[in-house]
Design a protein around this ligand. Structure first.
Ligand SMILES: CC(C)(COP(=O)(O)OP(=O)(O)OC[C@H]1O[C@@H](n2cnc3c(N)ncnc32)[C@H](O)[C@@H]1OP(=O)(O)O)[C@@H](O)C(=O)NCCC(=O)NCCS
Length: 138
């Protein structure tokens, strides 16, 4: 475990797309992803030597909204505690940057089979449903 290298705010658009495609199929466009990386509050990536094996990020406004997105561990590296390292890094960032001595909801969206993973960190589901639209930008 100690051999893994944790990097803050170095995740590139190319790495993001590579990691995305390792688990979810065809990734988003480079242009959209580059903009997303530039506007992300906190990016964490984990390396085994010079190979990226995990990524995650936090988006939000630093005050009232912290939202966890795109938590991915390469399939062959899953089940080794790397996902836990990612979430620990994200929560540490929020603890270091949130308004001291206040409570804030940290939110995310998870498929049902991933909920038990997040429950390990204290996350719980409420009755809200995720609504979305594939919106075309002219
Ligand atoms: C979900 C994911 C990030 C977990 O990463 P991981 O490196 O395999 O997780 P870890 O090895 O750090 O596991 C941490 C703990 O969660 C548990 N856990 C991990 N995935 C779990 C699952 N799907 N269901 C139940 N428990 C799970 C582990 O058993 C471990 O428990 P322990 O600490 O009590 O031993 C990883 O499976 C992944 O990248 N999946 C594909 C992408 C994805 O779906 N991401 C989530 C988007 S919402």
């Amino acid at each position: 475990m100690s051999d893994y290298i944790i990097k803050h705010n170095e995740l590139t658009a190319e790495e993001f797309i590579h990691m995305w495609e390792s688990v979810w199929g065809e990734g988003p466009s480079f242009e959209q992803t580059k903009l997303a990386m530039n506007n992300t509050l906190f990016r964490v990536s984990i390396f085994d030597g010079d190979k990226i094996v995990a990524m995650a990020r936090v988006i939000g406004d630093m005050g009232l909204c912290y939202y966890i997105k795109d938590v991915v561990v390469l399939p062959e590296y899953q089940g080794k505690g790397i996902g836990r390292m990612l979430i620990d890094e994200l929560l540490k960032f929020i603890n270091e940057h949130g308004v001291p001595d206040t409570n804030i909801f940290v939110e995310l969206c998870a498929m049902p089979d991933k909920i038990p993973f997040y429950e390990k960190f204290g996350f719980s589901a409420n009755e809200a449903q995720r609504l979305r639209i594939m919106y075309h930008v002219d």
